[in-house]
Design a protein. Structure first.
Length: 529
C-alpha cells in the first residue's frame, strides 16, 4: 500500500527519549502513548495532522533502536525515506527532542514583518509596475547544521518545512520562501554557472548560495534529475572534474566538521546520498570515495584546528582500537581516521595549476565481494622510494600558514619552496631522498596521524621512515611541476601490501628525477589496504 507521509529531521540530544525497542515493539505496532513521546516529536505529529497528512516517519519510533540487523537495513533505505516523503519537517531551532518544535524566542515581529511596496520603471515607451515584498530577517541558532546525520536528510529532502527560532521557511528543489518573505523565490536554474538573468526590465537578483549551501543545491540537481544535471558518460574518463563528484567532496568536508555520537556511523550517515548519487552517475562508490575519480579522491588530508581524536588501529587503547575496527574501512579511505575534519586537495588547487592523472586504479576484488575487513585497491602508477622525517621547525612554520596564503620564497627559505597552496595539515613532515650524506628535502608530507604512532615499525631507521611515494597526479603551472602522491608503508615483509600514511607533494630534483612524461603505463602495480 502506498500513502503520502511526512518525515521529521531533528536533533536527539543527550537526554533519553521514547524509542522503539525489541521490548516494546509489539505494543508500538498497535499503539504509541502520545503522552510519552518527546515534545519535538509530539509537536511534529500535530503539524503533520494540521497539514492534512496521516503518517509521520520518526527514526526513534520507526526503527527498532536496539536491533542492529534491522538498523542496518533501515539505514540503507534512508535515501528512500527522505526522498519520497511528501515533505520533511526540519526542527532547525530545536536543540533536542524535548525542546519542542517551536522553542520560545524573544523575536520582535517588527524585526521581520514583511511589507509590500509598488515600484514603477519607465523603459523607453512603456512603464513597468511591480509590487515588491520587503522583509527583514532574524536567524537564530541552526542546531541541525551541527549534527552529522542531518546532512543527508537536508540533501535528500525534496521539500522542507523549516521551523527555526522565530522564523518558519519553505524550500524545495527549485524555490524557497519564508514567513518573513512569503513571495516564492526561484533558485538558480543552473547552479554550475553564474549567468542566470531575468529578461524583464526588473532584473531579479537571485541570492546565490555559496559554499556548502551551493553544493547541497548542486547535489539535489543530480539526485532529482533537474535541468542542468547530466549523467556521467564514459568520455569523462578517470580524470574527470565532474561537478557532482566535486560537490561530493565539498559535502564530505562540511560533514566532517559536524558531530556524530558514534564513530561507527561515519560512513552510514552519508550512505543515503551515496546510494542515490551512484545510481544517478552510474559510477561505483567504495568506502566514501568514487572508483572513477580515485586519483583525485585519495588526495584527502586531516585538517588543523580540530581537537577531536584521530583513530589509530595500532593504538594500545582498547576503546580506540575497537572504534577503528568497527569502522571497517581501509587505510586509503577518509573514514579510517574517524570523525575529524577532512579536506580535499581537489578543491584547493590553485587556479593557475592544471592536473593530469598518473594513476590507474581498480579494486583487488569485485565491489561487494571482498572480505569484510579487506577492501584493497590496485594502483598502477610511477613510484619512488623516500624517507619521511619530522622537523619541528617546519611543522611550526607549516601550522602558521592559512588557506590560500603564499609567502615569498626568499623570506622563509627552503620551506617556502615546499608550500602547496591551500593545504593546511594537522600533521606535517618532510620528504627527503633515501640516500646521500645529507637528507635532501624533496617535498612535504601531510600525515593522517602523528608520526610517533609508527616509530616502532621495522621501516623506521636512524634517519626517518622508509616510505613508497605513489604518484596520483602531476600538477603543472608553466615550467613548474609538482607530484601529488600517496605515501605508503609496507605492511608485509615481502613488500606485497601497503597501507596509507598520508599524502605528499614532491618537487623535482636533479638527484631524484621523475620525468614529466611518466604515466601509469610506466609504473608498477601496488596493493593498498
Amino acid at each position: 500500500m502506498y500513502a503520502n507521509y511526512v518525515a521529521l529531521s531533528y536533533c536527539w540530544g543527550s537526554r533519553p527519549q521514547m524509542r522503539t525497542l525489541k521490548a516494546n515493539l509489539q505494543s508500538h505496532l498497535s499503539h504509541i502513548p502520545i503522552e510519552d513521546v518527546s515534545k519535538t516529536c509530539k509537536d511534529s505529529m500535530l503539524v503533520t495532522n494540521g497539514l492534512g497528512y496521516e503518517y509521520l516517519w520518526i527514526d526513534a519510533l520507526c526503527i527498532v533502536q536496539d536491533d542492529e540487523r534491522q538498523k542496518g537495513v533501515e539505514i540503507a533505505k534512508m535515501d528512500q525515506v527522505y526522498r519520497y516523503a511528501v515533505l520533511t519537517i526540519c526542527a532547525e531551532g530545536s536543540p533536542n527532542a524535548h525542546a519542542g518544535l517551536f522553542p520560545e524566542t524573544p523575536t520582535d515581529p517588527r524585526e521581520v514583518y514583511p511589507c509590500e511596496v509598488t515600484m514603477s520603471v519607465q523603459d523607453e515607451d512603456k512603464t513597468v509596475t511591480r509590487r515588491l515584498t520587503l522583509a527583514g530577517s532574524r536567524s537564530g541558532d541552526d542546531f541541525l547544521s551541527k549534527r552529522g546525520w542531518t546532512l543527508q536528510e537536508e540533501v535528500l529532502t525534496s521539500r522542507a518545512l523549516v521551523i527555526g527560532q522565530g522564523i518558519t521557511s519553505w524550500r524545495c528543489a527549485t524555490a524557497s520562501a519564508s514567513d518573513t518573505d512569503p513571495v516564492l523565490k526561484p533558485l538558480p536554474h543552473e547552479p554550475f554557472c553564474d549567468d542566470d538573468k531575468d529578461d524583464d526590465v526588473f532584473e531579479y537578483a537571485i541570492q546565490r548560495p555559496r559554499g556548502l549551501a551551493l553544493e547541497i543545491l548542486r547535489m539535489r540537481k543530480w539526485l532529482y534529475g533537474l535541468p542542468g544535471s547530466h549523467r556521467m558518460d564514459s568520455n569523462h574518463g578517470i580524470d574527470a572534474r565532474h561537478p557532482a563528484l566535486t560537490a561530493w567532496y565539498t559535502l564530505i568536508e562540511g560533514y566532517s566538521d559536524r558531530e556524530l555520537s558514534f564513530v561507527q556511523d561515519t560512513l552510514p550517515a552519508v550512505q543515503g546520498i551515496a546510494t542515490v548519487l551512484g545510481s544517478s552517475l552510474g559510477t561505483p562508490y567504495v568506502k566514501g570515495l568514487w572508483l572513477t575519480d580515485l586519483p583525485r579522491g585519495l588526495l584527502w588530508y586531516v585538517a588543523i584546528n580540530d581537537e577531536r581524536n584521530i583513530l589509530d588501529s595500532t593504538s594500545a587503547l582498547q576503546d580506540e582500537a575497537r572504534d577503528i575496527s568497527a569502522l571497517n574501512v581501509p587505510s586509503w579511505s577518509w573514514a579510517s581516521v574517524g570523525k575529524v575534519r577532512i579536506r580535499f586537495c581537489a578543491l584547493r588547487q590553485a587556479e593557475e595549476w592544471t592536473a593530469r592523472s598518473l594513476a590507474y586504479i581498480t579494486m583487488a576484488s569485485p565491489i561487494g565481494t571482498e572480505p569484510q575487513n579487506h577492501c584493497q585497491v590496485l594502483v598502477r602508477s610511477p613510484t619512488q622510494r623516500a624517507l619521511l622525517v619530522v622537523d619541528e621547525a617546519f611543522a611550526r612554520w607549516r601550522a602558521s600558514q592559512t588557506y590560500g596564503n603564499r609567502v615569498a620564497c626568499n623570506h622563509e627559505g627552503a620551506y617556502a619552496q615546499l608550500y602547496t597552496k591551500g593545504v593546511h595539515p594537522r600533521f606535517s613532515a618532510l620528504i627527503v631522498t633515501p640516500s646521500g650524506i645529507e637528507n635532501e628535502i624533496i617535498g612535504e608530507a601531510v600525515l593522517d596521524r602523528p608520526l610517533d604512532n609508527h616509530q616502532q615499525l621495522p621501516q623506521m631507521n636512524s634517519r626517518g621512515i622508509n616510505i613508497l611515494c605513489l604518484a596520483l597526479q602531476l600538477w603543472e603551472a608553466g615550467n613548474t611541476a609538482s607530484w601529488a602522491c600517496l605515501l605508503l608503508q609496507s605492511t608485509k615483509a615481502n613488500g606485497e601490501g601497503y597501507r596509507r600514511l598520508g599524502i605528499g607533494f614532491i618537487q623535482p630534483k636533479n638527484s631524484w628525477e621523475w620525468q614529466k612524461g611518466m604515466s601509469a603505463s610506466s609504473g608498477e602495480t601496488i596493493t593498498v589496504e
